[in-house]
Ligand binder design. Sequence first.
Ligand code: ATP
Ligand code: MG
Length: 421
Amino acid sequence: VWHSLAGCCRCSDVIRLAEEKEEANVYKAFLIKYGEIGIKGKNRYLFEYALMDQIKFSLRKVDGQFEVTKEQGRVYVEALTDYDYDEVIKALSRVFGIVAICPVVLCDNNEWSNLCQVTGDYMERTYPDQHLSFKVFARRADKSYPKKSMEIGADMGEYLLDRFPDMTVDVHNPDVALNIEVRERTYIYSISIPGPGGMPVGTNGKATLLLSGGIDSPVAGYMIAKRGVKIDAVYFHAPPYTSERAKQKVIDLAKIVAAYAGPINLHVINFTDIQLAIYDKCPHDELTIIMRRYMMKIAEHFAKKDGCLGLITGESIGQVASQTMQSLNATNAVCTLPVYRPLIGFDKKEIVEISEKINTYETSIQPFEDCCTIFVAKHPVTKPNLERIEKSELNLTDVIDDLMKTAIETAEVIRIRQNEA
Ligand code: ATP
Ligand code: MG
């Protein structure tokens, strides 16, 4: 969870305090800020509804009842019951499209002296140190309210300066941006917890992730899902050369990715006979490339069948022999759908950082064999020649169609739900 407050020196204090307050449930609502989806013109409402749906899904596993509403270009989550603050923040921090989460104190009685009292109490509770500068950002959504926005800001500033001698006003670079929005009730907030950004899942079609048990492919899936893309997945296993534990690890990874990406249909393909045939009939230094080409073909079969518009892999240029430019060219040559490789320009270190942030790293490094590592040659080609690869594959002509057919027909589909991790 990204518990940092960019640009505010008191951020960690604020968040800790906010967490300590969880039992009191002082925050009855959360204002959800979204960025990119705000600029989609006429389609904006579609994005907003997708965002609201994703927020609702993510809150399902949190104890408590919540109402998600949309009002004047803003999305709010209101708590109808007591809830666990940490759990709510954790759930919302995984919803793509959210740029920031602002915990809100709701004031039911807008009468001015009461509003001052409640706002002052909020400031006192949230910033016990009180040595800070602030600026009031006031908004009067209820136009019948006797004070205009400017007046609300000025008068509230005055009240706070009176009540807290250690506070100052800084209109250019305040430590605390205190928002006061007068509607039927008044919304008071100043804390902003970063969300993951991106776009709500479901707003950008669907793609098929080639998901292995490694570090890279779960990160690749996360990154494409972050752009609003729904994910299906295929995993190739090779029993008895790869164990049930290796498969379970992939399922566990799919569950973690699903916490962000929503439900995933994971196709588990028995790849053993295809691998054995390749091993039998093709030059050993070309094994990995040929194997990867059949993986892509089978993944594409399921992608097309299930309405996916692309494939996703965790490949990165030069990471291993099968990911040189020549190897990628050979692998890519069998695909007709676009292949999305979001990690293509990333160093391993950068990929690891993301996998730690999204919580897949610990699972990815569990030591279970992968089907690629078992059949791997000692000296694989690093610059495969496409024509030679295609020629080597002719050795498979007699068997490969049947083997592919069987692999496809015997695929097991595991439905991974969103909140299993
Ligand atoms: P990863 O860490 O994602 O496993 P890797 O560094 O091990 O990647 P490769 O083994 O060359 O790299 O695999 C490259 C990509 O091919 C992976 O990122 C993944 O998308 C796909 N892939 C590899 N093995 C499998 C598998 N057994 N099942 C599904 N996809 C696979
Ligand atoms: Mg791998």
